[in-house]
Ligand binder design. Structure first.
Ligand code: PMP
Length: 417
């Protein structure tokens, strides 16, 4: 098994000068790197589908930077486009016209997009989507789906979280996923008050098996939103460009009014986009919303190269094929040891849970830790990501390491055969 001495020393240094050492979702707690000490804390290099940690250990990476790595780290075509743009200009007094090229490409690629508004993070786009819906409708309330994640702006948080005011979340309404009856009732109870419904294209939440939409669910949600004058927002920050290059709403056979993109948009270069329908263009244009780096040109060049290459590769089909090969292999390797691995969600963003008859999540965490210490970077209770640099040979090697790890966990607990 790997050692993480340098990572551990670096984390101690970080904790002295950086709040929480590594704040947020790449941190050992938030990143669901459980158990804490079984994971490296810092990386030093990345290429293709692999990264190397500070101690020099090599990983086949199934987290992809939590999504942005969609073509492979350091993709040569994206790097060439970005470097070429960087030699000309990046952040300047006026935007580069490459912003228009990128918007045109998104409008041509994403089925529900008539326009694109660029920012930096996913949360910038979900917040702009909510403001746009409120500006367009003059209404306050927002319907969320339980188990959601839409970023960290105060309106996305919970009342009992530190730093959040009652007023920040006073207009949030919740319905369960896949429950049309609850949504129908909510929209009737708050008739004329709901500005928007915001939802991920399917439930890819943490600490729970992921859940695809029931047949006809989205078509009925679309119909209800239209009937009640509610803006339908799809948060495609995580799933975007992995299920369908035309948008995850297109994948599930409906059209959103607003759709939020970030992670896979530029293969790790820093740009996000809110796309939407013509009917909301005036409302979004009226909002005061900008940032120092939002029109930086290098990420636009990277984004054009990324989307172009994803189209050439027919990447979603590739992700689906590799994701299925991997999850089928893991389920079958677990069964060979008398264990039950449950793979849920879309294969391109697979979620794993090693079933423990007692209902505990610890068995899964132990298996994850064994995999990580042998060079397969998975995480405990978050969906994973496939990238286009992953090969069938990488998948097969992953299954071998997973198999060894199943054997260790089964033997430790006297489970299986
Ligand atoms: N929505 C979803 C579904 C996400 O997965 C994320 C990021 N994990 C966000 C919004 C927020 O994006 P960001 O962290 O880039 O602000």
């Amino acid at each position: 098994p790997f050692r993480f001495d340098k990572s551990r020393e670096a984390f101690a240094r970080a904790a002295r000068v950086i709040p929480a050492g590594i704040p947020g979702h790449l941190g050992p707690a938030e990143g669901l790197h459980i158990p804490h000490d079984a994971f490296p804390k810092f990386s030093s290099r990345a290429e293709g589908t692999r990264f190397w940690d500070l101690d020099g250990n090599e990983y086949i990476d199934y987290m992809c930077g939590y999504g942005p790595n969609v073509l492979g780290y350091n993709d040569p075509d994206v790097a060439a486009a970005a470097n070429d743009q960087a030699r000309r200009e990046d952040v300047v007094t006026l935007p580069s016209s490459i912003m228009i090229d990128f918007a045109e490409l998104l409008v041509d690629t994403v089925a529900s997009a008539d326009w694109a508004f660029f920012a930096k993070n996913g949360g910038d786009t979900t917040t702009l989507a909510i403001m746009t819906a409120r500006a367009a409708t003059g209404r306050k309330k927002i319907v969320f789906v339980k188990g959601y994640y839409h970023g960290v702006a105060p309106w996305t948080q919970k009342l009992d979280y530190p730093g959040v005011l009652e007023e920040d979340v006073a207009n949030n309404l919740m319905v369960p996923w896949n429950d049309l009856g609850a949504l129908r009732q909510m929209l009737a109870d708050y008739r004329g008050e709901v500005a928007a419904l915001i939802a991920q294209p399917y439930m890819h939440g943490n600490f729970t098996d992921n859940e695809l939409p029931a047949a006809d669910y989205w078509q009925q949600v679309r119909r209800l939103c239209t009937e009640h004058g509610v803006v339908l927002i799809v948060d495609d920050v995580r799933a975007g460009f992995r299920l369908d290059l035309a948008g995850s709403d297109h994948y599930f056979g409906f059209e959103a009014d607003l759709i939020c993109f970030c992670k896979a948009l530029a293969n790790g270069y820093n740009v996000s986009a809110l796309c939407g329908k013509d009917a909301l263009k005036e409302a979004v244009s009226s909002i005061t919303y900008t940032g120092s780096y939002w029109m930086s040109a290098v990420p636009f060049a990277a984004g054009i190269a990324t989307i172009t290459k994803l189209v050439e590769l027919d990447a979603p089909a590739l992700f689906d094929r590799l994701g299925r090969r991997l999850t089928d292999g893991l389920v079958s390797a677990a069964a060979d040891h008398g264990l039950s691995m449950i793979a849920s969600g879309a294969p391109a963003l697979f979620y794993l849970r090693l079933d423990d008859p007692t209902g505990s999540l610890m068995l899964h965490q132990e298996w994850v830790a064994e995999c990580v210490q042998r060079g397969v970077f998975v995480t405990s209770h978050h969906n994973h990501f496939i990238n286009a640099a992953l090969t069938e040979a990488d998948v097969d090697r992953t299954i071998e390491i997973a198999d060894e790890s199943f054997a260790i966990v089964a033997a430790r607990h006297g489970l299986g055969f």
